[in-house]
Design a binder for this molecule. Structure first.
Ligand code: ATP
Ligand code: LTN
Length: 337
């Protein structure tokens, strides 16, 4: 009798970026670039986390523009929309539904300990809304709804993935093996790209300081200007030392990430060179890294019909998986389904 061998199903990846501002070099090096590397080996689900963006007040017109632009950037960075599932979070209502249920298995104390909540509340003191507080629960829903094995994120999001694991384990402890417990993947290089003007704080798209933050769609001359003005130190050595030389360490990290070499190789390459040589060299590496992305994004944005087709198809494929998870969870909890 002929034996049929089932191919082992691919492991699944889920990640997202919220359209809370223009994408930065940090979003690319810390997130999108790593997503690319996974698309052959894994089944990848990548979303535009628009529901997460509204924890901070957004202008409706801008939110719409940025959501579309972000999707276009995913594609122009090299994510294949047929191989991967690319979609907009609010197009799959099951995320919000699961988020409510998971919230009932998440402790107030746990959410109070989240660093991002503390940071964002300090920065938005006039709008510490409930969404800002329950943000990690929605993120847990994003991840668990797809039974993701791996969640690639920058350093700052590791704590949220840890919480997701705790929620999954708690739920599984009550109802049996419902959720896959995911792992975070934090890239070895580029997990934390800092502002060029204030290298002690993260390059962040919702707190753009004009010269410290390199935008993904910045023109080459703007990129060069920002790197030439980057804050360094009064020492002369191009050496990685986050504590004492945060500016130079950040530039080493960016150069290594942009050219695909290690920090050590970067230091060897620039040994004996001055900051005046190093800063424009980092700028040029970034210009070359971002050039094709900017050009492709501009082209894609001209074809709104094509983008619409892509996000509708993506939402349909995402909902197919998400709805099944929600149905299973409801049954376990005791809802009439
Ligand atoms: P916001 O400023 O609105 O909080 P953000 O710039 O921090 O946004 P997110 O949407 O929160 O960006 O992050 C998307 C992904 O990119 C996450 O995985 C995050 O860890 C990663 N990321 C964002 N900024 C950086 C950075 N500066 N360095 C490395 N990774 C980053
Ligand atoms: N919270 C993340 C963005 C995000 C996310 C996710 C990341 C929303 N849902 C699911 C990984 C998996 C952020 O602030 N960077």
């Amino acid at each position: 009798m002929e034996q049929t061998t089932q191919p082992t199903p691919k492991k699944r990846i889920l990640s997202a970026i919220k359209p809370s501002g223009e994408l930065t070099l940090g979003s690319y090096i810390g997130a999108i670039r790593n997503w690319l590397a996974f698309q052959e080996e894994y089944e990848c689900v990548y979303c535009v986390a628009d529901l997460h963006a509204i924890t901070v007040r957004q202008d409706p017109k801008e939110l719409r523009r940025r959501s579309l632009e972000q999707l276009a950037t995913y594609i122009s960075s090299g994510l294949d929309y047929e191989k991967n599932i690319l979609f907009i979070q609010s197009h799959v209502p099951a995320h919000a539904e699961l988020s409510w249920m998971l919230g009932c298995y998440t402790m107030f104390g746990e959410l109070s300990r989240m660093t991002q909540f503390k940071d964002k509340s300090a920065k938005n003191a006039d709008n510490i809304n409930a969404g800002l507080f329950t943000y990690p629960v929605l993120m847990a829903a994003d991840i668990l709804i797809y039974n993701a094995d791996l969640v690639p994120v920058g350093d700052d999001q590791k704590q949220h993935v840890e919480l997701t694991r705790d929620i999954a384990n708690r739920f599984n402890g009550v109802y049996g093996n419902v959720f896959k417990v995911p792992e975070a993947f934090v890239p070895p290089v580029g997990a934390r790209i800092m502002s060029l003007q204030n290298p002690e704080s993260k390059m962040s798209k919702s707190e753009v300081d004009a010269n410290g933050c390199v935008l993904l769609l910045d023109k080459p001359e703007d990129i060069m200007r920002k790197f030439k003005r980057a804050v360094t130190d009064s020492d002369r050595e191009i050496r990685f030392d986050r504590e004492n030389k945060p500016g130079i360490s950040n530039l080493i990290e960016i150069y290594a990430a942009a050219t695909g070499i290690t920090r050590e190789e970067t230091m060897a390459q620039f040994e004996g060179k001055s900051y005046g040589d190093f800063k424009p060299a980092v700028g040029e590496a970034v210009v070359e890294l971002l050039r094709p992305i900017r050009e492709n994004t501009e082209r894609l944005l001209k074809d709104k019909g094509e983008l619409e087709r892509i996000y509708k198809e993506g939402a349909m494929r995402a909902a197919h998986i998400a709805d099944r998870t929600v149905a299973k969870v409801k049954k376990k909890i005791g809802f009439i389904v």
